[in-house]
Design a binder for this molecule. Structure first.
Ligand SMILES: [Zn+2]
Length: 130
């Protein structure tokens, strides 16, 4: 959940939900549930004006590369009017949960191939490399 810049070229992520209680986890799969998610989405909208921006999940012990299932799901979201999000963001955290994490971020425009985003360091943060 979050918002976009006035020029619509930058998304600000204000919050990311945890897995709803009815989510189903497998050794190499995850199906996000929906329990209480609509309530959370409506509350963020009402209190902060946040929009649905996309999805995130974890690829433990492997690279954060979107699977074909990931891309199909985000493509479906992009085409589903109820989401009101024709260009959802897919953020994947991969790597070792106890060690080094890796992150990938893609935008999936409706009817188009996923666009990988590149990491930019934040010059306003003192701990960012120059
Ligand atoms: Zn995935």
């Amino acid at each position: 959940m979050g918002g976009y810049s006035a020029t619509l070229d930058c998304a600000r992520v204000g919050a990311a939900s945890g897995p709803p209680r009815d989510s189903v986890r497998g050794p190499s799969s995850f199906q996000r549930g929906t329990k209480d998610l609509q309530k959370w989405l409506k509350r963020r909208w009402a209190t902060r004006g946040d929009h649905y921006l996309g999805e995130w999940h974890f690829h433990p012990h492997v690279a954060p590369v979107p699977s074909s299932t990931d891309l199909q799901q985000l493509g479906r979201i992009a085409r589903t009017a109820e989401y009101r999000c024709p260009e959802p963001i897919l953020l994947i955290v991969g790597g070792d949960p106890a060690g080094k994490w890796l992150v990938s971020v893609h935008v999936i425009p409706s009817g188009q191939a996923a666009v990988p985003l590149q990491r930019m360091e934040d010059p306003a943060r003192p701990d960012s490399p120059a």
